[in-house]
Ligand binder design. Structure first.
Ligand SMILES: Cc1cc2nc3c(=O)[nH]c(=O)nc-3n(C[C@H](O)[C@H](O)[C@H](O)COP(=O)(O)O)c2cc1C
Length: 131
């Protein structure tokens, strides 16, 4: 099973969740602005996350979502962090749908900087999609 974890994080909160998910999946979390972030091979599951900044998602993540194609991943699972709003989830979901990638209804969300308990929850959440 090919699992990809992609994220964009300005201050590390979403990165911490991405790394917990990647740990569960036995893979690396890759920031979308890295050169190797592209999905050459179709992923069975793409975990993709970002945070909310002034009610929008970062431009790097927007661009990455635009670069995705229906054959980039068979399905996607979204994660996010923010102070309060879960709106980034809807924005990421929209980008995935526009790319033609089916998105799981369930998502992982952490308020602010995730603690150890939330990181464990993120790992457990990810494991549901790895069977
Ligand atoms: C400039 C800026 C704008 C933000 N705007 C929002 C917002 O509109 N709503 C919200 O709930 N959180 C907002 N946040 C909080 C971030 O989403 C939150 O700190 C998030 O965990 C940052 O993730 P990161 O560490 O992965 O960059 C904002 C943070 C910053 C720095």
């Amino acid at each position: 099973m090919k699992i990809a974890v992609r994220y964009y994080s300005r201050s590390g909160n979403t990165k911490a969740v991405a790394e917990a998910i990647a740990r569960a999946a036995g893979t690396q979390a890759v920031s979308v602005d890295r050169e190797d972030a592209g999905l050459e091979e179709c992923a069975d599951v793409l975990f993709i996350g970002g945070a909310l900044y002034a009610y929008g998602i970062d431009g790097h993540l927007k661009e990455y979502l635009k670069s995705l194609k229906a054959d980039s991943a068979k399905r996607a699972v979204v994660f996010s962090t923010s102070w309060l709003s879960k709106h980034a989830i809807a924005l990421i979901r929209k980008g995935l749908s526009e790319a033609g990638i089916p998105v799981e209804e369930a998502f992982f969300y952490a308020k602010g900087k995730p603690g150890e308990k939330q990181l464990q929850e993120a790992e457990a959440f990810a494991k549901q999609y790895l069977a």
